[in-house]
Design a protein around this ligand. Sequence first.
Ligand code: 6GU
Length: 236
Amino acid sequence: MRVDVVTIFPEYLRALDLSLPGKAQRSGLLDLRVHDLRDHTHDRHRTVDDTPYGGGAGMVMKPEPWGEALDALDVTGATLVVPTPSGEVFRQATARELSTRERLVFACGRYEGIDARVVEHAAAAGAEVREVSIGDYVLNGGEVAVLAIVEAVVRLLPGFMGNPESLVEESHEDGLLEYPVYTKPASWRGRDVPPVLLSGDHGAVARWRREESLRRTAERRPDLLAETVAPRESDA
Ligand code: 6GU
Protein backbone atom coordinates (compact mmCIF):
# COMPACT_ATOMS: atom_id res chain seq x y z
CA MET A 1 0.00 0.00 0.00
CA ARG A 2 1.24 3.47 -0.90
CA VAL A 3 0.45 6.26 1.59
CA ASP A 4 1.19 9.96 1.09
CA VAL A 5 0.66 12.51 3.86
CA VAL A 6 0.59 16.25 3.19
CA THR A 7 1.05 18.42 6.28
CA ILE A 8 2.67 21.62 7.53
CA PHE A 9 4.24 19.52 10.35
CA PRO A 10 6.12 16.66 8.63
CA GLU A 11 8.03 15.91 11.86
CA TYR A 12 4.75 14.99 13.55
CA LEU A 13 4.50 11.96 11.29
CA ARG A 14 7.90 10.58 12.27
CA ALA A 15 6.09 8.38 14.76
CA LEU A 16 5.00 6.29 11.77
CA ASP A 17 8.61 5.10 11.39
CA LEU A 18 8.26 3.38 14.79
CA SER A 19 6.29 0.41 16.00
CA LEU A 20 3.87 -1.39 13.70
CA PRO A 21 3.78 1.05 10.77
CA GLY A 22 7.59 1.20 10.93
CA LYS A 23 7.77 -2.57 10.68
CA ALA A 24 5.34 -2.53 7.76
CA GLN A 25 7.58 -0.02 5.96
CA ARG A 26 10.71 -2.06 6.51
CA SER A 27 8.98 -5.23 5.30
CA GLY A 28 7.85 -3.48 2.09
CA LEU A 29 4.11 -3.77 2.82
CA LEU A 30 3.85 -0.02 3.27
CA ASP A 31 5.43 2.74 1.18
CA LEU A 32 4.88 5.89 3.27
CA ARG A 33 5.89 9.37 2.14
CA VAL A 34 5.40 12.62 4.03
CA HIS A 35 5.26 15.96 2.19
CA ASP A 36 5.50 19.54 3.43
CA LEU A 37 2.56 21.63 2.19
CA ARG A 38 4.75 24.75 2.38
CA ASP A 39 6.87 23.40 -0.48
CA HIS A 40 3.88 24.43 -2.61
CA THR A 41 3.81 28.08 -1.56
CA HIS A 42 5.55 30.82 -3.54
CA ASP A 43 5.63 33.84 -1.23
CA ARG A 44 8.42 34.82 1.15
CA HIS A 45 6.37 33.85 4.20
CA ARG A 46 5.28 30.49 2.79
CA THR A 47 1.67 31.40 3.62
CA VAL A 48 -0.86 28.55 3.82
CA ASP A 49 -3.83 30.30 5.48
CA ASP A 50 -6.05 33.36 5.15
CA THR A 51 -9.15 34.91 6.74
CA PRO A 52 -12.54 33.26 6.10
CA TYR A 53 -14.98 34.70 3.57
CA GLY A 54 -18.17 35.60 5.44
CA GLY A 55 -16.19 36.58 8.51
CA GLY A 56 -15.72 34.79 11.80
CA ALA A 57 -12.86 33.66 13.98
CA GLY A 58 -9.84 31.69 12.91
CA MET A 59 -8.08 31.09 9.64
CA VAL A 60 -8.79 28.88 6.64
CA MET A 61 -6.20 26.99 4.60
CA LYS A 62 -5.80 28.54 1.16
CA PRO A 63 -6.70 26.38 -1.84
CA GLU A 64 -3.67 27.10 -4.06
CA PRO A 65 -0.95 25.24 -2.08
CA TRP A 66 -3.32 22.28 -1.64
CA GLY A 67 -4.19 22.26 -5.34
CA GLU A 68 -0.51 22.19 -6.27
CA ALA A 69 0.37 19.54 -3.68
CA LEU A 70 -2.44 17.22 -4.77
CA ASP A 71 -1.66 17.79 -8.47
CA ALA A 72 1.98 16.88 -7.81
CA LEU A 73 0.85 13.63 -6.14
CA ASP A 74 -1.78 12.91 -8.84
CA VAL A 75 -4.72 11.78 -6.70
CA THR A 76 -6.69 10.30 -9.61
CA GLY A 77 -7.70 6.80 -8.54
CA ALA A 78 -6.44 7.36 -4.99
CA THR A 79 -8.52 7.62 -1.82
CA LEU A 80 -8.07 11.11 -0.38
CA VAL A 81 -8.59 11.01 3.39
CA VAL A 82 -9.24 14.40 4.97
CA PRO A 83 -9.26 14.30 8.79
CA THR A 84 -11.77 16.79 10.15
CA PRO A 85 -14.05 16.93 13.20
CA SER A 86 -16.94 17.45 10.76
CA GLY A 87 -16.29 14.16 8.92
CA GLU A 88 -17.99 10.74 9.11
CA VAL A 89 -16.84 8.84 12.21
CA PHE A 90 -13.81 6.61 11.57
CA ARG A 91 -14.66 3.09 12.79
CA GLN A 92 -13.14 -0.38 12.52
CA ALA A 93 -15.34 -0.89 9.42
CA THR A 94 -13.79 2.26 7.91
CA ALA A 95 -10.30 0.91 8.68
CA ARG A 96 -11.26 -2.37 6.94
CA GLU A 97 -12.46 -0.50 3.86
CA LEU A 98 -9.36 1.69 3.66
CA SER A 99 -7.10 -1.36 4.08
CA THR A 100 -8.35 -2.62 0.70
CA ARG A 101 -7.16 0.49 -1.15
CA GLU A 102 -3.88 0.56 -3.09
CA ARG A 103 -3.24 4.22 -2.48
CA LEU A 104 -4.22 6.59 0.34
CA VAL A 105 -3.44 10.31 0.38
CA PHE A 106 -3.96 12.18 3.66
CA ALA A 107 -4.52 15.95 3.65
CA CYS A 108 -3.89 17.34 7.13
CA GLY A 109 -5.79 20.55 7.76
CA ARG A 110 -4.89 23.01 10.50
CA TYR A 111 -6.69 26.13 11.67
CA GLU A 112 -10.43 26.09 10.89
CA GLY A 113 -10.03 23.72 7.96
CA ILE A 114 -9.24 23.70 4.23
CA ASP A 115 -11.08 25.79 1.61
CA ALA A 116 -14.00 23.54 0.62
CA ARG A 117 -13.18 23.75 -3.09
CA VAL A 118 -10.10 21.59 -2.59
CA VAL A 119 -12.00 18.36 -1.90
CA GLU A 120 -14.49 19.21 -4.67
CA HIS A 121 -11.59 19.55 -7.08
CA ALA A 122 -10.00 16.29 -5.93
CA ALA A 123 -13.28 14.42 -6.35
CA ALA A 124 -13.71 15.91 -9.84
CA ALA A 125 -10.15 14.78 -10.63
CA GLY A 126 -11.16 11.19 -9.84
CA ALA A 127 -10.16 10.76 -6.20
CA GLU A 128 -12.43 8.96 -3.75
CA VAL A 129 -12.76 11.57 -0.97
CA ARG A 130 -13.35 10.49 2.64
CA GLU A 131 -13.70 13.25 5.23
CA VAL A 132 -13.30 11.45 8.56
CA SER A 133 -13.39 12.31 12.25
CA ILE A 134 -11.75 10.17 14.93
CA GLY A 135 -14.27 11.16 17.60
CA ASP A 136 -16.41 13.87 19.09
CA TYR A 137 -13.73 16.24 20.32
CA VAL A 138 -11.62 18.89 18.62
CA LEU A 139 -7.93 18.56 17.79
CA ASN A 140 -5.84 21.41 16.42
CA GLY A 141 -5.06 19.59 13.21
CA GLY A 142 -5.34 16.32 11.32
CA GLU A 143 -1.87 14.97 12.12
CA VAL A 144 -2.76 13.00 15.26
CA ALA A 145 -5.81 11.61 13.45
CA VAL A 146 -3.54 10.41 10.63
CA LEU A 147 -1.32 8.59 13.14
CA ALA A 148 -4.40 6.79 14.49
CA ILE A 149 -5.91 6.03 11.10
CA VAL A 150 -2.68 4.76 9.51
CA GLU A 151 -2.00 2.48 12.49
CA ALA A 152 -5.55 1.09 12.40
CA VAL A 153 -5.36 0.46 8.64
CA VAL A 154 -1.83 -0.91 8.33
CA ARG A 155 -2.33 -3.63 10.94
CA LEU A 156 -5.16 -4.98 8.75
CA LEU A 157 -2.99 -5.34 5.62
CA PRO A 158 -2.81 -8.99 4.57
CA GLY A 159 0.43 -10.53 5.80
CA PHE A 160 1.07 -7.87 8.38
CA MET A 161 -0.10 -9.49 11.62
CA GLY A 162 1.86 -12.54 12.69
CA ASN A 163 -1.29 -14.14 14.04
CA PRO A 164 -4.42 -13.12 12.07
CA GLU A 165 -6.59 -14.85 14.73
CA SER A 166 -5.86 -12.01 17.14
CA LEU A 167 -7.47 -9.68 14.60
CA VAL A 168 -10.88 -11.39 14.60
CA GLU A 169 -11.14 -11.66 18.37
CA GLU A 170 -10.38 -8.08 19.28
CA SER A 171 -12.66 -5.23 20.33
CA HIS A 172 -14.98 -3.85 17.64
CA GLU A 173 -14.46 -6.64 15.11
CA ASP A 174 -17.70 -8.34 16.18
CA GLY A 175 -19.35 -5.06 17.22
CA LEU A 176 -18.67 -5.71 20.90
CA LEU A 177 -15.94 -4.65 23.30
CA GLU A 178 -13.36 -7.29 24.18
CA TYR A 179 -13.67 -9.38 27.35
CA PRO A 180 -11.11 -8.87 30.16
CA VAL A 181 -7.81 -10.73 29.72
CA TYR A 182 -5.41 -12.33 32.22
CA THR A 183 -2.00 -13.96 32.27
CA LYS A 184 0.21 -15.62 34.89
CA PRO A 185 0.39 -15.66 37.86
CA ALA A 186 -3.03 -17.20 38.65
CA SER A 187 -3.08 -15.29 41.94
CA TRP A 188 -1.62 -11.78 42.27
CA ARG A 189 -1.87 -9.48 45.29
CA GLY A 190 -4.81 -11.49 46.55
CA ARG A 191 -6.67 -11.34 43.23
CA ASP A 192 -7.42 -14.58 41.40
CA VAL A 193 -7.91 -15.13 37.69
CA PRO A 194 -11.56 -16.23 37.07
CA PRO A 195 -11.45 -20.03 37.64
CA VAL A 196 -13.28 -20.85 34.37
CA LEU A 197 -10.18 -19.65 32.46
CA LEU A 198 -8.11 -22.35 34.22
CA SER A 199 -10.73 -25.09 33.74
CA GLY A 200 -9.61 -26.30 30.30
CA ASP A 201 -13.30 -26.33 29.25
CA HIS A 202 -13.14 -24.44 25.93
CA GLY A 203 -16.91 -24.16 25.60
CA ALA A 204 -17.24 -22.71 29.08
CA VAL A 205 -14.42 -20.26 28.36
CA ALA A 206 -16.09 -19.12 25.13
CA ARG A 207 -19.45 -18.62 26.91
CA TRP A 208 -17.82 -16.69 29.75
CA ARG A 209 -15.99 -14.41 27.32
CA ARG A 210 -19.15 -13.71 25.33
CA GLU A 211 -21.01 -12.85 28.57
CA GLU A 212 -18.23 -10.53 29.71
CA SER A 213 -18.12 -8.84 26.29
CA LEU A 214 -21.87 -8.23 26.44
CA ARG A 215 -21.71 -6.98 30.04
CA ARG A 216 -18.87 -4.59 29.29
CA THR A 217 -20.48 -3.30 26.14
CA ALA A 218 -23.82 -2.73 27.92
CA GLU A 219 -22.04 -0.81 30.65
CA ARG A 220 -19.60 1.25 28.59
CA ARG A 221 -21.02 1.43 25.09
CA PRO A 222 -24.78 0.76 25.08
CA ASP A 223 -24.89 2.49 21.68
CA LEU A 224 -22.92 -0.45 20.19
CA LEU A 225 -25.24 -3.02 21.73
CA ALA A 226 -28.25 -1.36 20.11
CA GLU A 227 -26.52 -1.86 16.74
CA THR A 228 -25.38 -5.48 17.16
CA VAL A 229 -27.79 -7.55 19.24
CA ALA A 230 -31.05 -5.62 19.20
CA PRO A 231 -33.61 -7.40 17.05
CA ARG A 232 -34.55 -5.38 14.02
CA GLU A 233 -38.00 -3.78 14.07
CA SER A 234 -38.98 -5.85 11.02
CA ASP A 235 -38.13 -9.10 12.85
CA ALA A 236 -40.29 -8.33 15.90
CL1 6GU B 1 -9.92 13.94 12.16
N1 6GU B 1 -9.36 16.38 13.03
C1 6GU B 1 -9.43 17.35 13.94
N2 6GU B 1 -8.79 18.49 13.71
N3 6GU B 1 -10.11 17.24 15.06
C2 6GU B 1 -10.73 16.08 15.26
C3 6GU B 1 -10.68 15.02 14.37
C4 6GU B 1 -9.99 15.20 13.24
N4 6GU B 1 -11.42 14.02 14.86
C5 6GU B 1 -11.89 14.45 16.00
N5 6GU B 1 -11.49 15.69 16.26
